[in-house]
Design a protein around this ligand. Structure first.
Ligand code: NAD
Length: 248
């Protein structure tokens, strides 16, 4: 396919690549995305951060959902798309990997923490909203298994939540600053598996373009940003990226 050859050429010419991933890069690992047909949002409404804080029932519902999806999340392993990005990192070409995902699969593929910028936090553990103390999900599960008791911070009594950023919750400042700096320095910015509708995250491809980078979008479906992209590939990420980077 000519478009993949074009992407291959852009990757080989680039010095500083920033990858920007969304839920679509993990569907080939068995984790459903939000907005595809049959995706999570077609089945249930997200719980807003304000409602989580205000209502014990909403907190219980949020833990019910978490533990219902936890086995899928825990058994998922990185796929060809994750591995292609890990290879770009090994080659020294990946300046940063900005992700909206919370599944930890980029880390599992071998990309070091310092190259990964998690805009929406991490769903593989929990933390106290007041003092930030970390808690493992197994510990929360043990408490919740007793008549859906809600976990409370052992140090400060604060509310415990998965370490993710919910709708309505403030974005993590340090991650936003790092993402901004990396995007401004990129000469190639590749979007992989994002519908590009969740802001402020979706502002980064626009910033990349304004800062002079080539913008590539790899996504099954068209996005609203296709018109500003230099190359759009509407295909599966795993097959596309393994051919473009030359890995399996
Ligand atoms: P989204 O669900 O809005 O969009 C995913 C996009 O990926 C869709 O346009 C879909 O067509 C495309 N896609 C799906 N599988 C693909 C594949 N194999 N190849 C190519 N394209 C594919 O996801 P989003 O833009 O990331 O925004 C939703 C929010 O959901 C994010 O903020 C993220 O935090 C969260 N989320 C994360 C996970 C995860 O961590 N794996 C899963 C679900 C949702």
């Amino acid at each position: 396919m000519a478009a993949i050859e074009m992407l291959k050429g852009m990757i080989s010419d680039a010095g500083s690549i920033v990858a920007f991933t969304g839920a679509g890069i993990s569907t080939e690992s068995g984790i459903p995305d939000f907005r595809s047909p049959g995706g999570i949002w077609t089945r249930m409404k997200p719980i807003q951060f304000g409602d989580f804080l205000a209502s014990a029932e909403q907190r219980r519902e949020s833990w019910r959902r978490k533990f219902a999806s936890e086995d899928t999340m825990r058994s998922a392993t990185p796929n060809a798309g994750h591995r292609a990005l890990a290879r770009l990192h090994e080659q020294g070409k990946l300046l940063a990997l900005i992700t909206q995902n919370i599944d930890g699969l980029h880390q599992a593929s071998g990309v070091p923490d310092d190259a990964i910028i998690e805009l929406h936090g991490n769903g593989t553990y929990a933390s106290c909203l007041q003092c930030a103390k970390r808690y493992e999900l197994e510990w929360v599960r043990g408490i919740f298994a007793q008549d859906e008791r809600l976990p409370v911070c052992q140090s400060c009594g604060g509310i415990i939540k998965t370490a993710t950023i919910s709708f309505g919750q403030a974005m993590p400042e340090a991650a936003m600053e790092r993402a901004h700096a990396a995007t401004s320095r990129a000469d190639l910015f590749i979007v992989l598996g994002s519908s590009l509708v969740v802001y402020p995250a979706a502002g980064f491809p626009i910033l990349a373009k304004r800062s002079g980078a080539n913008l590539v979008i790899v996504n099954r479906e068209p996005t609203d940003m296709d018109e500003i992209a230099d190359l759009v590939i509407n295909a599966e990420i795993g097959a596309t990226m393994s051919r473009a980077v030359g890995v399996n």
